[in-house]
Design a protein around this ligand. Structure first.
Ligand code: ATP
Length: 199
């Protein structure tokens, strides 16, 4: 699975429809301070289901809509469309090309689409869960987050590394299995108590 194309329209500083092709070999986006580099990663995180306006450096979700400048009026809609090459079938039960779109209108109405079909936000979150590209994944590390990782306690840092390595999910499953084994042991002990009482 690979992100191949991004269309940003009315999101933050991108008042005009802006298209980016993620061609092989593209490793970075450069530009002057305040030119919108972080807004690109935020557009991607937003489309993948980000629900916290604060983590998108806003107060309310409507702040992601182009707010206008001295020379341009504000817009009424933000739209971001991501296209993935899914020829390797990484996204299960999806076609070779997958598109995901999120729209937000100033009146608060939202739209979510997968392959041009209206879906719920949860469907987009579920689609990318465990793909390594979810909104909470370590595919995105913001400037402040790097500092937080360096300053964290060793055990917290270990948790972060385990999550990045994909170990965290298995640890959770192991804990759940251990809990179920304990419950089964307790039930067995209760059954053998009843059997001894009956004998
Ligand atoms: P730096 O290199 O300093 O980190 P950057 O290239 O990452 O900068 P961004 O932080 O992505 O830049 O963009 C900041 C710009 O986006 C600011 O000029 C800000 O005014 C503009 N901006 C943010 N939200 C909106 C909005 N809703 N409408 C219009 N412009 C916005």
């Amino acid at each position: 699975m690979q992100l191949t194309h991004l269309v940003i329209n009315g999101f933050k500083s991108f008042a005009d429809k802006t298209e980016i092709d993620f061609v092989p070999g593209l490793t970075g986006i450069v530009g002057p301070n305040g030119s919108g580099k972080s807004n690109i990663t935020e557009a991607i995180r937003w489309t993948l289901g980000e629900q916290s306006a604060k983590s998108l450096r806003g107060e309310k979700m409507g702040d992601v809509i182009f707010a206008g400048t001295a020379t341009r009026p504000p817009l009424n809609r933000a739209e971001v469309l991501m296209t993935f090459d899914n020829q390797d079938g990484y996204l299960k039960e999806q076609p070779a090309t997958v598109t995901v779109c999120r729209r937000l209108y100033r009146d608060g109405e939202s739209e979510f689409l997968i392959n041009n079909q209206q879906v719920r936000l949860k469907d987009i979150v579920d689609l990318f869960m465990d793909s390594g590209l979810g909104k909470e994944s370590f595919s995105f590390i913001s400037q402040g987050r790097v500092e937080a990782i360096f300053n964290s306690k060793p055990e917290d840092r270990r948790g972060i590394l385990e999550e990045a390595a994909g170990v965290f999910k298995y640890k959770q499953q192991k804990l759940k299995a251990e809990h179920e084994l304990q419950t089964t042991d307790d039930n067995l002990a209760r059954v053998s108590d009843i059997v001894s009482e009956l004998q």
